[in-house]
Design a protein. Structure first.
Length: 366
């Protein structure tokens, strides 16, 4: 087919931006004879292949049916182009692998329907997966199918799993007391002193493990008790306050650690950046040496969030900014509130109690 020739139902392609929708491509496949169809496919590949994910999809649909697994790989590619964090992409891949035990991912993506997804959720429940786990998987799939719908590949709306999420576990006050106790700097190793500083930092900020690893010495402004997060999950820089005790801890830590401005703040004994696994294993060893069986780094994030709101009287909107969440809905997962939390110090928080506090009570006459 000549590049200037037009096909019925197909828009022309201008520059590097394809205007051909997937649905239109399918219509062409039904109406154009095989030889002319193949020529059109070759034209697309020679002129536009690799320029956009949509054209890659168009080529696949013209050539052969795409499975859910194949389509998911292109979804990951599109998310990577959008700047989604590598850790998130790894989580998406893990979720797809887990979902494959409950859903046929070799099925043609265009043939998947709502009933398939309902059966998937039923299978997860029958096998005893927790509500939190099912919700994590369905959130990933909702993002995937939303993207597929936008590409014209499917018209599927994943049903929401309505089961109530379990309350997030946190470190107890007794556990925190053990973890926050300062080691003897004359006897401890650098690794123990560093891990103590990290645990304090996690409880001060509630930040993610990846953020802790990425902080450089130049990101600290101790004179103003601030730390700058240049590398975050949502790609947005943040400025986070440091409490007075944390500022003092970091000053002492830097006297031991030394280093140049561009060096990573929390490093190995050789001054190198901590890997994800090294950080995780360090906290596991540190916690167990202090007699604490819980070893999750992310648990400090949940602990910070709940204590900020309940024990310290902070507000959810400020907490959202401190945690780096784009929406308040994301923050609520960190803020499971027990009945005892609701009643705690309620008189000091209730608008009615504040208004009524100084009034004289009306006495009923006998």
């Amino acid at each position: 087919m000549d590049s200037g020739e037009r096909l019925n139902g197909i828009q022309e392609v201008s520059g590097s931006i394809p205007l051909i929708s997937t649905i239109q491509i399918r219509e062409v496949q039904k109406t154009v004879e095989t030889t002319r169809f193949q020529r059109f496919f070759c034209f697309l590949k020679s002129h536009f292949y690799g320029k956009t994910v949509r054209l890659i999809f168009a080529a696949k649909i013209l050539n052969q049916a795409a499975t859910m697994e194949e389509t998911f790989k292109d979804f990951l590619t599109s998310r990577k182009i959008k700047g989604v964090a590598e850790k998130t992409l790894q989580t998406y891949s893990f979720h797809l692998h887990a979902v494959s035990k409950h859903l046929d991912i070799q099925k043609d993506i265009a043939e998947l329907n709502k009933r398939d997804l309902e059966h998937m959720i039923a299978s997860m429940r029958e096998r005893g997966l927790s509500a939190n786990t099912i919700n994590s998987y369905t959130r990933t799939l909702k993002s995937f199918f939303s993207w597929c719908n936008g590409e014209g590949l499917t018209a599927v709306n994943l049903p929401l799993y309505k089961a109530e999420e379990t309350v997030k576990e946190i470190y107890t006050d007794a556990e925190l007391k053990a973890l926050l106790k300062k080691p003897d700097v004359r006897k401890c190793t650098f690794a123990e002193f560093r891990d103590w500083a990290i645990v304090n930092f996690l409880l001060n900020s509630g930040c993610r493990a990846a953020t802790v690893r990425a902080i450089q010495i130049r990101d600290l402004d101790l004179d103003n008790s601030l730390v700058y997060y240049r590398h975050t999950k949502n790609k947005k820089a943040q400025v986070i306050p440091l409490c007075s005790p944390m500022t003092a801890i970091l000053r002492e830590y830097l006297r031991v650690r030394g280093g140049a401005a561009a060096d990573y703040l929390f490093c190995t004994e050789r001054g190198e950046q901590l890997t994800e696994n090294a950080l995780r294993q360090s906290i596991v060893r540190y916690n167990k040496r202090r007699g604490v069986e819980k070893t999750s780094i992310h648990l400090f994030r949940h602990t910070f969030a709940r204590k900020y709101l309940i024990d310290c009287g902070g507000d959810a909107f400020t907490l959202q900014r401190l945690l780096g969440h784009s929406t308040l809905n994301m923050t609520k997962h960190y803020c499971a509130i027990f009945d005892t939390d609701i009643t705690k110090n309620y008189d000091s928080l209730s608008p009615l109690a504040q208004l009524k506090g100084g009034e004289n009570r009306i006495k009923m006459e006998a």
